[in-house]
Design a protein around this ligand. Structure first.
Ligand code: NAD
Length: 403
C-alpha cells in the first residue's frame, strides 16, 4: 500500500513502517556511538515502550548495556487497508533489530492499567527473567479504567483556580491565535490525577513486590515535567501538573516500600519534546517551537534518545547515589531551564505572531519532527512506492493471547 500522512489536528492517522524502522535504527546508532553504560542491571521492564521517552528508554537499555527488555505497549495492529500505529511499527523494528543483535526482547500489547495485563506481565517476568532489576514507567494516556472500581477516568488539560488565555500555535497552518481555557472543576482535577498520577505506577510496583519479582537493589524511574513560567498556568499549575505532583509523591511512597529489598524509586524531570502526547497539550507546541530554535542555536538541543542516554550515563540514574534536586528528582530539564535559554524564549514569546513564527521559531523543525513520529519526512524513503503494512511484532503477546 502507498502510505501518506493523514493529519487530523494533533494526530496523524497513518504510519509508515519503513520510516518508523529508520527512526528506531537511528536511535540505536546513536546509542552505539556512545560509551557503554556500566551497570549490573540487565533485566528491564518498560511500561509504555513504543514511542517517545519509553521507546528511547528501551533502546538505551538494550543497546547501552545489553539489557533484556519486556515492553508494555497499547497500539493498533495493521488491518487490510489501514496501517498500524507508529508505536506498533517502532516495536516491530525494535524487536527485529534486537533479535539480530541476540538481545532478549518481548512485548505485551494491551491496557497497562488493567489487572489482566499486569498479571500477564508478571507471569512473563517470572518465567523468563525470574526477577527485574529496573522498571521504567513511561505511560501517557488520555484515559484510564481504574481496575478496582471499573470507572473510566478521562484526563483534561485545563488551568486551575482561574481561566487562562494565551497565545497558541496551530502547527499545521502556522497560525498563532489566542486560546482561552476555562478552569477545571474539582472532578476534572481528580480525574486527571487518576489517569496521569502515580496510583498505577504504585500498583505495578506493589504487584511486583508481592510476587517477589523485584531483584535486590531494583530501581524504578518515571518521567515528569516542570517547565517555565510561560506554560505554568497550563502545565505545572494546571490539571496535568497536579497529576505530576501526585506521581512525584508516589515516588517517595514507592521508595519506602521497596527499601526492604534495597530498592529506590526516582522521578526524572525531562525536557519538553515533540511526542504524540505533548502535541495534544494546548500552548506546548508554540513553546516547543521557540524552545527548539533557541536550544538548537545554543547547541543544547536533545531528543528523547539523547535525554535518556544522558540520564542513564552522566546522571547515573541506574545507581542509588544520583545527583538530584532538593526534592529528589533527576533534572534532565537542566539545559531547558537555564536562565539564558528561558530569557531568550520570553523575548520571542512577546513578539511572536503568524508572520514571524517561521523565522523566529523552529516551525519547520517542529513539523519535521512531528511527521517523523509517524515515519514520514525521511529524505531517504520514497513515499510514492508500495510498502508492506501488514508486519508483526515477532514476540507479540496481545491481551487475548497467551504467547
Ligand atoms: P508518548 O505518547 O510518546 O508515549 C506513551 C506510551 O504509553 C506509548 O508507548 C503508548 O503505547 C503507551 N500507552 C499509553 N496508554 C497505554 C495503556 N493504557 N497501556 C499500555 N501502554 C500505554 O508519550 P511521551 O511524551 O513519551 O510521555 C511519556 C512520559 O514522559 C509521560 O509521563 C510524560 O508526561 C513524560 N514527559 C513528556 C515530556 C514531553 O515533552 N513529551 C516531557 C517530560 C516528561
Amino acid at each position: 500500500m502507498i502510505v501518506e500522512p493523514k493529519i487530523r489536528g494533533f494526530i496523524c492517522l497513518t504510519a509508515h513502517p519503513e520510516g518508523c524502522k529508520l527512526n528506531v535504527q537511528s536511535q540505536i546508532d546513536f546509542i552505539r556511538s556512545k560509551p557503554t553504560i556500566q551497570t549490573e542491571k540487565k533485566r528491564v521492564l518498560i511500561i509504555g515502550a513504543s514511542t517517545g521517552f519509553g521507546l528511547a528508554s528501551r533502546i538505551a537499555c538494550a543497546y547501552g548495556f545489553n539489557a533484556s527488555t519486556i515492553g508494555i505497549i497499547f497500539e493498533r495492529e495493521p488491518e487490510t487497508a489501514k496501517t498500524a500505529t507508529a508505536g506498533w511499527y517502532n516495536t516491530v523494528a525494535f524487536e527485529n533489530f534486537a533479535n539480530e543483535s541476540e538481545l532478549y526482547a518481548k512485548t505485551i500489547n494491551g491496557d497497562a492499567f488493567s489487572d489482566q495485563i499486569r498479571s500477564q506481565t508478571l507471569d512473563l517476568i517470572e518465567k523468563d527473567f525470574g526477577q527485574v532489576d529496573l522498571v521504567i514507567y513511561s505511560l501517557a494516556s488520555p484515559r484510564r479504567t481504574n481496575p478496582k472500581t471499573g470507572i473510566i477516568h478521562k484526563s483534561v488539560l485545563k488551568p486551575i483556580g482561574e481561566s487562562f488565555s494565551s497565545k497558541t500555535l496551530d502547527t499545521q497552518n502556522g497560525k498563532i491565535s489566542e486560546i482561552s481555557l476555562e478552569q477545571a472543576t474539582s472532578e476534572e482535577i481528580a480525574d486527571t490525577i487518576q489517569v496521569m498520577g502515580g496510583e498505577d505506577w504504585e500498583l505495578w510496583i506493589d504487584s511486583l513486590l508481592k510476587r517477589n519479582l523485584l531483584a535486590k537493589n531494583a530501581t524504578t524511574i518515571s518521567y515528569s515535567y516542570v517547565g517555565p513560567e510561560i506554560t505554568a498556568k497550563m502545565y505545572r499549575n494546571g490539571t496535568i501538573g497536579q497529576a505530576k505532583n501526585d506521581l512525584e509523591n508516589s515516588a517517595k511512597r514507592i521508595s519506602t516500600k521497596i527499601s526492604s529489598i534495597g530498592g529506590k524509586a526516582f522521578i526524572s524531570v525531562n525536557k519538553a519534546l515533540v511526542t504524540q502526547s505533548s502535541s495534544a497539550i494546548p500552548v506546548m507546541p508554540l513553546y516547543i517551537t521557540l524552545l527548539y530554535k533557541v536550544m538548537k542555536e545554543s547547541n543544547l538541543h536533545e531528543g528523547c534518545i539523547e535525554q535518556i542516554y544522558r540520564m542513564l550515563s552522566e546522571k547515573n540514574a541506574l545507581t542509588k547515589s544520583i545527583n538530584c534536586d532538593e526534592i529528589g528528582r533527576i533534572r534532565m530539564d537542566d539545559w531547558e531551564l537555564q536562565s539564558s535559554i528561558q530569557s531568550s524564549i520570553e523575548d520571542l514569546w512577546r513578539i511572536v505572531d503568524s508572520e514571524n513564527i517561521s523565522s523566529i521559531g523552529d516551525l519547520e523543525g517542529y513539523r519535521n519532527e512531528f511527521l517523523k513520529l509517524f515515519g514520514f519526512g525521511h529524505s531517504s524513503i520514497d513515499y510514492s512506492i508500495d510498502v508492506k503494512i501488514d508486519v508483526n511484532i515477532p514476540s507479540i503477546w496481545n491481551s487475548d493471547s497467551q504467547g
